[in-house]
Design a protein around this ligand. Sequence first.
Ligand SMILES: Cc1cc2nc3c(=O)[nH]c(=O)nc-3n(C[C@H](O)[C@H](O)[C@H](O)COP(=O)(O)OP(=O)(O)OC[C@H]3O[C@@H](n4cnc5c(N)ncnc54)[C@H](O)[C@@H]3O)c2cc1C
Length: 500
Amino acid sequence: MLESPWQKYSPAATQKENKIANGKLFDCLIIGGGITGLTTALLFQKEGKQTAIAEAHTVGFGTTGGTSAHLNTFADTTYAEAESAFGETGAKLFADAIGEGFQLIKTNIEDYRINCDYTSKTGYLYAENEEEVKQLSDIYQSALKVGVSVQYVSDLPTPVPFKQALAFDGQGQFHPLKYLTGLTKAYIDAGGVIMEHTLIDSVITKDGVHIAAGGERELQAKAVVYATHMPPNINVLNFECAPYRSYVMAVKLKSGQYPDALIYDCQEPYHYVRTHIIDGQELLLVGGLDHKTGHGDPEKAFAALEKYIRDYYSVSSIKYRWSSQYYVPADGLPYIGQMPLAATGVYCATGYNGNGMMLGSIAGQILSDLVAGRGSKYEKLFNPGRIKPIDSFSEFVKENADVAYHFVADRFGLHETDSLKRLEKGQGKVVETDGQKVAAYRDDDGVIHALNPVCAHAGCVVSWNSEEKSWDCPCHGARYDIDGQVLTGPATKPLAKNQP
Ligand SMILES: Cc1cc2nc3c(=O)[nH]c(=O)nc-3n(C[C@H](O)[C@H](O)[C@H](O)COP(=O)(O)OP(=O)(O)OC[C@H]3O[C@@H](n4cnc5c(N)ncnc54)[C@H](O)[C@@H]3O)c2cc1C
């Protein structure tokens, strides 16, 4: 596994207790210990409610541990796109949500005195061709319309030739796991309960009480929040969000000159650049090259990212490289609220695109308001059960067309096959032996780890991710380690073992 520089600051180290909570009735059970789960749990716990967090791995294990941690007032879904799908009021509310999420992070940092390398920066977005100049103009006008401060500038700290650029003042950056460490401490101090290594695989509801089961554990709560980035098992949100992998490298520069800004291009997929001091060492973080999980080649993505960095910067060494997963919502806005087709009182939050620091934080506020019965001004806009506007339908079809392909192709064996013998050490592949498909990985000792390649979530065939040594599902983004254990949902069961 490739680790981000954040992950060595595991919040687990700050936990005083890791309580077992069978039999107790909680006001709210939060499933997932990322920025969404911790923010929700802390807000609700501070109101005097009794909450618990169940986390499959350790706090910060998920995408919050693999983010690039930019804090912005603009978003991947531009305010122009939000307006075309949800009208002026929808676009303005979306901007408010982004802004309030950002502000909540700043308030938490201040209130709980969290030392998480927070710094305010200017964010620059630039165009390299005429088409991007037009995009920039739409972004500029729509940002002003929703009240987000932005201006055209002629200078920005990038070596990349550009035609036009926008500057957004008051953006920010931080260390996401130092931030989660602060939230974890505040949550435990407020009496919160965290159960790590507790994967919840089902929630049933009896007489208004939700019973969440995972392994030998059964947890009871009056409300349940899926803060799992994607709710587990098969549900409607699998079909409304497309999983994407995204790549980041942190490099040292020969020049010692690091830009004091957040810089983004408009390419598809895009690149971004920022600076962070990690363990006393200034590093340039460069990311992008996103592709749908299980579709692109992670090795090629890293190679392309490295080439991009070396084309523009004089690199003395590469210190970190990592990849993580985010979810693109079908109509551009996140899904936060009552989970569709689930019992009343079961909530979810997903579809943040690359803006989950702000949207995960505002989700915490929205969900704690909804659980408390106060309602939220965002309830309707982000309702996970909303009917999508017609404008976005083509995007929905595009994002999910290949899901339909995999459902069919995987079942009828249209994938290429190969022989186990040709599998080299460190390599994995879905091969066919005796007419049966096997997800085979040969380890450094030459031992084959053979698994059934059929994803335990919805039955697609997994693909090998050579960079992260994982099996990734091209349909809904479930990921497994070489022994088939779940790394990323929506699967909750491992890949079945198979004899080569
Ligand atoms: C490379 C990359 C860069 C990004 N950069 C930015 C950025 O600069 N700014 C920004 O705002 N956003 C960014 N994002 C998006 C942002 O990081 C995510 O949206 C955000 O971290 C999601 O947080 P979360 O708490 O919802 O999910 P996660 O952090 O993924 O947490 C979910 C947790 O739930 C646990 N879990 C899952 N299933 C179960 C289960 N069944 N039982 C128990 N536990 C379970 C997981 O182990 C995990 O720890 C980026 C994303 C990527 C991939």
